[in-house]
Design a protein around this ligand. Sequence first.
Ligand SMILES: [Fe+2]
Ligand SMILES: [Fe+2]
Length: 188
Amino acid sequence: MDPTLILEADHRVVERLIEQISEAEGAARTKLVEQLATTLDAHMELEERVFYPAMEPVTGPDSVDEGETEHVITRSALADVVELCPDGPGFEAALDTMQAAIDHHVKDEEDEIFVQMRSKGRGQLEEMTEPFMAKRAELGMVIDVEALAETASKDDLKAEADAAGIEATASMTKSELAGALADVAGAG
Ligand SMILES: [Fe+2]
Ligand SMILES: [Fe+2]
């Protein structure tokens, strides 16, 4: 599957967790923050180890520098959130700061990097798919079906499902296509 679609689904999961964190309290908030830290750490490691090196010939070295610098900013903001969780003074401000850093970075990736990769980096995307999925397995990352269905178009999901050899895709809903793709990716 196109790694950019999977990374976008990860982004939707992170955004959902941040929303849940701002509404939760006490132990529930701590649990969600731990989940966010694990998810974000794995996502950034995956990008730094596999995606960014593979995108460099397409998007240029400056985009890799920018991505890595924004990850440093995100890690530092995340560390503040973890430290102040669940109700330390300034927790809300730390959460807002982290959210702003993540929103900016996600916009850079989705509106620029991923768009460039899909238009002129198809070969690199295909080449990186195997190491990308292997790294996800190593990091224990799963594809969130709901997030994938939310972020990808039905046409994209159907094309990916057809390419993956999934049958009867024409009669499937968006969620069914996302679910079938996540199953194939998990089994692969
Ligand atoms: Fe990302
Ligand atoms: Fe990133």
